[in-house]
Design a protein around this ligand. Sequence first.
Ligand code: NAD
Length: 483
Amino acid sequence: MDEMPKLKMYIGGEWVEPSSGEYFETIDPFTAKPWALVARGNAEDADRAIRVAHKAFKEGPWGRMHPSERAKLIHRLGVLMEENADTLADVEVRDNGRLLAEMQHQIRYLPKWYYYYAGLADKIEGVVHPCDKPALSFSRHEPLGVCVGIVPWNAPLLLFSLKAAPALAAGNTIVMKPAEHTSATALKLMELVEAAGFPPGVINVVTGFGKEVGEPLVTHPLTRHVGFTGSTATGSHLYSLAAKDVKRVSLELGGKSPNIVFGDADLNNAVRGVVGGIFGATGQTCIAGSRLLVHRSIHDEFVEKLAAFTKSARVGDPRNVQTQIGPIANRMQYERVLGYVDIARQEGAELILGGKRPDLDECATGFFVEPTIFAGVNNDMRIAREEVFGPVLSTIAFDEVEEAVAIANDSEFGLAAGIWTSDMKRALLMSERLDAGSVWINTYRDISYTTPFGGYKKSGIGRENGVEGIREYLQTKAVWIST
Ligand code: NAD
């Protein structure tokens, strides 16, 4: 076997070995074989990265640059991403098994985050306040300092960019930690950061495991902001760690989102939306529409159509353009998903489709699970309450609008919801009553750099994207002048 590439960390504008000297394997989920070695960072590496980021913020040219100069660099990074989209997509697919065609599309769209926030960098304006004292008071918005970004494995470069672009545009420096399963694209991006000409220490990437390198980043005394995307359990833990030093935190966490279909919906359109909502990215999205609430009048017909459409989806090699559903991103998650299938069966849910590994030669080695549909679910079952983060849909029947709202909101999560109906008045009234940070009407899983995204309840704190996204990375200073 050819020697595997060794991926070093990027700290202070240099490619560095981990201080432990250790590397760990990163696995291709389609072959289930390792393809590269990733540096195993620890507290010493975290300390080094935070210190260089702090120095770059306080002493380097970054802190003194006019925002329009910083914007130029952020914009240039976006351009380089566009030019290198195919390479980045190849690496992303190798690391997390997402569909190549989808990643090529996503990575071509991602630079828009860099362009949008580069555009905002020199429009962060202060305010002069009407003052009732013999003084002039005004306020301005300033960066926080060193921002730590910790992201999961399901959409590595997308989730990296949602944090990096606004944090940098606000004038901060950043230390990013990708998930241990998917570090490669963040490091590939650092080659483009170098080529774009960012000053050393402005953007740093440390790799490794949560406890070993993630926690030291969060608890470091020079860290001023923690931006975390991942599970609610880890997010809540990091929130309590950050609270000790009163650090600013934004959390993008889990979900158990309802997709609600009424009898007057365009059913073919709704079937496509529901399938895309739960089986897109093999169910590994925080916004997966994992609870399907269907009006009883169309329940049987809808489930039948849904099963037929899902059955026709091609499961297999993520690099094949014909493939519609790829593997699960890692072995642990694969086992967890199959575990939830067993739980649902034991709870008495009716298996309509899937529920096992596909019986296909192409899927013999990878971490594959068939797209799975359960009917006869009630909202008290674990399969309706806990996040599976895989291709498993739970179907619940309802009779009245009130009942649908009650079931939808009966969840500790509140990330997203979908409504499928031709009655726009009903949809709009319902959108007000759903506990969800995003509500989609006759569509699902749309996100954009322009539109705030985030969770209600245990799905998170703060917002990414849009103007709200950059506010997370700014603090306000009031200045008083005696008159
Ligand atoms: P996870 O919480 O296990 O890990 C996420 C990241 O946190 C990884 O980089 C991991 O190394 C790190 N981490 C783990 N323990 C840590 C610790 N003690 N200290 C510091 N860092 C630590 O989540 P996951 O399983 O990788 O990702 C799936 C979860 O992410 C799901 O719950 C999903 O809903 C959520 N997610 C949310 C959004 C959103 O925007 N709301 C987007 C994508 C994924």
